[in-house]
Ligand binder design. Structure first.
Ligand code: ADP
Ligand code: ASP
Ligand code: MG
Length: 404
């Protein structure tokens, strides 16, 4: 008998029919002799609708109250899924993140899990019930309700799978697995049967939003086998696995696209030690995550620092930059709200020279200008015009021989 954590994303519980299909699949998993813990997201685009409701109230959105609001979405799903299981003859009980013992820090809207105390889930399993847990939420050390960041139900599922020592964690979504590019952007993208944690992390960090980055990090650290698959076709999907030496390392495994970041340039700062440290310390103190950074030194003894942040953090980042820029005597602070980023990911590029050149040549052939570049040992990212991202990702997918 295996213990499986099954996470169902928004589209998978989008309406009554989808919820009944989920209940049917859970029932069949039980009939196979396995135990199941279910984790659910809010129905369809409900989280976005709740955010729009808050925006309608006014510009001031206290993070504590936003979390209280947004967690309502998953509460609705968990109760409905539990009812659907009951109707299918499966005994179950729903639990909020707090009831499931998910203890987080106090960083509202992007809280991190500090501890898992899933006693009630274990008790429910012992009583033969299927626990249905609301994803994306926890309770802070200050006893307030928190959320784990957008896409956070993936983290809930992986954290529960780890705490319960589950045999696997299945992420059910609206595509049949992890593809060589977002299949909605690149129709010729191919499903991958397996992918290493390292590659999946690079993908999740650069726009392959099928899994939330933190869930992949967590799964790798705690050795949780992850299986991404479809709740529409139920066919086997993609396994995220430890890199093993027998795996053929493709030079390029996937291309990702992302338009969720903004760019800030602090121009004309003195070119001397300590300037960048001061700027990025101030941003870190306000919990702004910085992604790509480029510094250009001019001959006149001043430098321009450009970097990218999540667009949701742009307002806060600009406030910090303007304050620090005045202190540093910088010439200006400029920003672009919507930038595009296209990335090439592949474990085999470590030992294959020429990937960077081919990427640049392909973008050049399409007349796409590269504004910033960043690399890791298995990824190359270029910032390009947001309008050109789709074209860039399709061109690179073809150029690297990934088309189906
Ligand atoms: P869920 O609500 O189930 O969590 P998400 O919308 O968060 O679903 O993630 C699934 C979506 O991720 C897909 O519909 C697809 O458009 C997108 N996606 C982006 N990149 C990829 C990729 N490389 N492979 C598969 N899906 C991807
Ligand atoms: N409902 C939340 C969101 O839309 C969490 C999730 O779906 O994973 O971000
Ligand atoms: Mg998701």
């Amino acid at each position: 008998m295996a213990l499986v954590v099954q996470k169902y994303g928004g589209t998978s519980v989008g309406d009554a029919e989808r919820i009944r299909a989920v209940a049917e699949h859970v029932a069949q998993t039980l009939e196979r002799g396995d135990q199941v813990v279910v984790v659910v997201s809010a129905m369809g685009k409900f989280t976005d609708e709740l955010i729009a409701l808050a925006e309608g109230i006014g510009p001031d959105r206290p993070p504590r109250e936003m979390d209280m609001l947004l967690t309502a979405g998953e509460r609705i799903s968990m109760a409905l899924v539990s009812m659907a299981l009951g109707a299918r003859g499966v005994q179950s009980a729903s639990f909020t993140g707090s009831q499931a013992g998910i203890i987080t820090d106090t960083d509202h809207t992007k809280a991190k899990i500090l501890e898992m105390r899933p006693e009630r889930i274990i008790e429910a399993l012992e009583q033969g019930l299927v626990p249905v847990v609301a994803g994306f939420q926890g309770v802070s050390t200050d006893r307030d309700i928190t959320t784990l960041g957008r896409g956070g139900s993936d983290v809930t599922a992986v954290a529960l799978a780890s705490a319960l020592k589950a045999d696997s964690c299945e992420i059910y979504t609206d595509v049949t697995g992890v593809f060589s590019a977002d299949p909605r952007v690149v129709p010729s993208a191919r499903r991958l049967n397996k992918i290493s944690f390292d590659e999946m992390m690079e993908m999740a960090a650069t726009g392959g939003r099928v899994l939330m980055l933190r869930s992949v990090e967590f799964a790798r650290r705690h050795h949780v086998p992850l299986h991404v698959r479809s709740s529409f076709t139920w066919e086997p999907g993609t396994w995220i696995v430890e890199e093993d030496t027998t795996m053929e390392e493709a030079v390029v495994t996937a291309i990702t696209d992302d338009v969720s970041e903004s760019k800030i340039t602090v121009a004309g700062v003195p070119d001397k030690p300590g300037i960048a440290a001061k700027l990025f310390r101030a941003l870190a103190d306000e919990r702004v995550n910085v992604d790509m950074i480029v510094q250009n030194t001019s001959t006149l003894g001043s430098a321009d620092i450009s970097f990218t942040v999540a667009s949701t953090d742009l307002k806060e980042a600009l406030r910090v930059c303007n304050t620090v820029a005045t202190e540093l005597g910088a010439a200006s602070v400029e920003s672009t709200e919507r930038i595009g980023r296209v990335s090439v990911v592949g474990a085999g590029m470590k030992s294959s020279p020429g990937v960077t050149a081919q990427m640049f040549e392909t973008l050049t052939a399409h007349g796409i200008n590269i504004e910033m570049i960043s690399t890791s040992s298995i990824r190359i990212s270029c910032v390009v015009d947001a309008e050109k991202v789709g074209e860039a990702v399709r061109a690179l997918h073809t150029a690297f021989g990934l088309d189906a």
